[in-house]
Design a protein around this ligand. Structure first.
Ligand code: URA
Length: 190
């Protein structure tokens, strides 16, 4: 169980985690990046090859699209928000994370959310959305609105890899979701 009281302590704890088999194949744990007091938190699925090598989430092609949409729709760069993943270690060959890996890693994400205490959480794709909304429904079905999420609002959107695969319409819908997130960031906190 995670016991860290700051993000740095929690990251140090994650760095030594061997709770699931992904520990054996990772180069390093990819804990998260950004402002520890960010109002906006993005949650992806899990590190890919480049993230595993560099130790930072979303630094490959998907990350470049995320950075672009973040700049164009929210006028922000990644240092002004926080970016994390559901699982902190790379699933080999970019396979999907397994339910037992997500379960073993889940407390790190939950603790990150508690410590950051964001106003808006944007989930990128099915894994993050299903985990945080505790739903089986798919992203296409749940996106297009926001959901109450503790003291925050949750805005589900597509994973940038899906946008890279599918192109125009999906990118446009991601942009609309980020505009929704921007509006929620401006609204007073309850
Ligand atoms: N895809 C993710 O879900 N997370 C990353 O960090 C990179 C790619």
């Amino acid at each position: 169980m995670a016991t860290g009281t700051t993000l740095a302590e929690l990251a140090a704890e994650a760095a030594g985690c061997t709770a699931c088999p992904l520990a054996a194949t990772r180069t390093q744990v990819v804990f998260g990046v950004g402002d520890p007091a960010a109002d906006l938190l993005f949650v992806g699925e899990g590190p890919g090859r480049e993230e595993d090598l560099r130790g930072e989430p979303f630094v490959g092609r998907s990350g470049r699209l995320l950075d672009r949409l973040l700049a164009e729709e929210l006028g922000m760069d990644r240092s002004q928000c926080y970016i994390a993943n559901v699982v902190k270690c790379r699933p080999p060959d970019n396979r999907d994370p397994r339910p037992e890996e997500i379960a073993a890693c889940g407390h790190f994400l939950e603790h990150q959310i508690e410590l950051i205490d964001p106003r808006v959480v944007v989930t990128l794709g099915n894994f993050a959305t299903r985990r945080l909304l505790a739903t089986d429904r798919g992203i296409t079905n749940v996106r297009g609105r926001s959901y109450p999420f503790g003291r925050a609002h949750l805005v589900p959107t597509y994973h940038p890899a899906a946008a890279l695969r599918s192109g125009g319409t999906v990118v446009a819908e991601m942009r609309a979701d980020l505009v929704r997130a921007k509006q929620l960031l401006r609204s007073p906190r309850e």
